[in-house]
Write a protein that binds this ligand. Structure first.
Ligand code: SAM
Length: 482
């Protein structure tokens, strides 16, 4: 590992006093590796019992485990099926403080690559809304794919700046996570490259950016709502100082002290409602977490809800992820006709390919669906205005209308259970066809014609279509194992 920056060490020594030596020597220890179980698909105990690789519980994360990096769980088919997410152990503490409840509307404002978003999605248990936003376009695509793999049906993914989101949506959310871009001091052990980019000027630049993002974040929070601010850095300028200044200028907010989920998470000396995670105090990297709550009594503007709750978000012929210039508008007869037409195609497809257990994916009310071009989505929050925003996923992608047929979406496959598909092909870990499926190969397969949900054990991976004894692979190209 390269040498730690001198100015960083000097500040940490002032901050930690007698503890500094322990902190310093923690850099001689290897970094920690964690994976978090997707409780929408399996319980932590059940995954652990499968003995895929050695797992050891993480004290502050009931669904988290340490693993030995030589096991390479990122290459296991269970990872492709969204059964777990690889996440740095300390980062798993943040959502404990956010504490999302099923049915609530949650915003993850700086969400890529999606560690905390996937965790929030599991906590919501398919009820309510997770809006996952990321400002960087390339990182938003990774975020969307990670969330597709996770298999929750109540997620919107956007690629927006926080101020545009605030302008368009207003105070719509019960809880907001701002996992802010930072100087990354807490990740020096995990990512030694971050050390080369570090400088006091970088810390100052990060701090002013964080204050700006926070200003937008609060405009999106409902009265009585909770905001969690987190970073993976130790610099007080990016942590306590941001929150203390914020509380001074926002009397409608108060700090919220919560009990620590485990030993080793230490209270911040200058902000008792915040916690610091240090690599010499626990088996994890560096993190900072602060919780503030908005008072419920004040008068705040209403969230900016859409005018029409039918297919008002229909973007007509515009491409998904291109901004539409109009504000929310009423559905035109031709848009409404197009939605009805594509819905009929979808329902016919669903009748053939799904069972009654997939009922939640086929609501009868049209207002639950959103159309972007030929793509049909199940929208978890039709009352929110999507037009004018850059949206990658306006909900669960059910599929795409093609001439005379409906092609099911990859995202839909990952949300289904084996019994909700008419034909489910379960491939065991050591079954050669599993590798072939993940490589995108097709093969001969006797059986009735129709769409087949293919999975590893009981965890769906994607679609194949059986026609006249040939199983054609529909696993998307950018998901395939090369
Ligand atoms: N929450 C993520 C997770 O758990 O996987 C990690 C988020 S990372 C610490 C911070 C994110 O903020 C980055 O993806 C970065 O692209 C994004 N970001 C950078 N500048 C931003 C800005 N001005 N406004 C909002 N987000 C920004």
């Amino acid at each position: 590992m390269p040498a730690l920056p001198q100015e960083f060490l000097k500040r940490m020594s002032e901050l930690l006093g007698a503890e500094f030596r322990d902190f310093f020597t923690s850099y001689e220890q290897p970094r920690t590796n964690g994976l978090r179980v997707n409780t929408l698909k399996i319980t932590p105990a059940a995954l652990s019992a499968r003995d895929l690789f050695a797992l050891e519980p993480i004290p502050w994360a009931p669904d988290g485990f340490y693993y030995d990096y030589t096991a390479k769980p990122g290459q296991h088919p269970y990872h492709a099926a969204g059964v777990y997410y690889l996440q740095e152990p300390s980062a798993m503490a943040v959502v404990y403080y956010l504490d999302p409840q099923p049915g609530e509307w949650i915003l993850d404002l700086a969400a890529a690559p999606g560690g905390k978003s996937t965790q929030i999605a599991s906590r919501l248990m398919e009820q309510g809304l997770l809006w996952a936003n990321e400002i960087n376009p390339g990182r938003t695509r990774i975020l969307a794919q990670n969330l597709d793999r996770w298999g929750a049906s109540n997620i919107i993914v956007s690629n927006e700046s926080p101020d545009r989101l605030a302008e368009r949506l207003g105070p719509a959310f019960d809880r907001i996570l701002l996992d802010a871009p930072c100087s990354g001091e807490g990740m020096f052990r995990k990512d030694p490259e971050a050390m080369n980019e570090w400088s006091p000027a970088q810390v100052r630049a990060a701090a002013s950016r964080q204050s700006l993002i926070l200003k937008s974040a609060v405009k999106l929070l409902k009265p009585g709502g909770r905001l969690v601010y987190s970073t993976c850095t130790f610099a007080p300028e990016e942590n306590e100082e941001i929150i203390l200044r914020f509380l001074e200028s926002h009397p409608e907010f108060k700090p919220l002290s919560l009990p620590a989920p485990a030993a080793g998470l230490v209270q911040s000396p200058s902000l008792p409602s915040a916690v610091r995670l240090y690599p010499h105090k626990l088996r994890g990297e560096g993190h900072f977490i602060a919780v503030v709550e908005r008072s419920g009594a004040e008068q705040t503007p209403e969230p900016h809800l859409a005018l029409s709750q039918t297919a008002s978000q229909t973007a007509g012929s515009s491409q998904l992820n291109k901004r539409t210039t109009s504000s929310s508008r009423r559905t035109s007869p031709s848009e409404s006709g197009q939605l009805s037409h594509i819905l009929t195609q979808y329902r016919i497809w669903a009748e053939e390919a799904l069972t009654s257990e997939a009922g939640g994916r086929i609501p009868s009310d049209e207002s639950n669906y959103t159309l972007f071009g030929p793509n049909l989505y199940l929208n978890p929050a039709p009352e929110l205005p999507l037009s004018g925003l850059s949206i990658l996923r306006p909900g669960l992608h059910l599929g795409t209308a093609k001439p005379g047929r409906f092609q099911p979406g990859q995202s839909l496959a990952l949300t289904l259970s084996p019994s909700s598909a008419r034909y489910y092909l379960s491939l065991g870990i050591s079954e050669p066809r599993l590798k072939r499926f993940l490589h995108g190969e097709s093969w001969e397969d006797s059986g009735p014609d129709g769409w087949v949900l293919v999975g590893v054990d009981e965890f769906p991976l994607g679609w194949a279509k059986r026609t006249k004894g040939q199983l054609k692979n529909h696993y998307p190209k950018d998901w395939r194992v090369r």
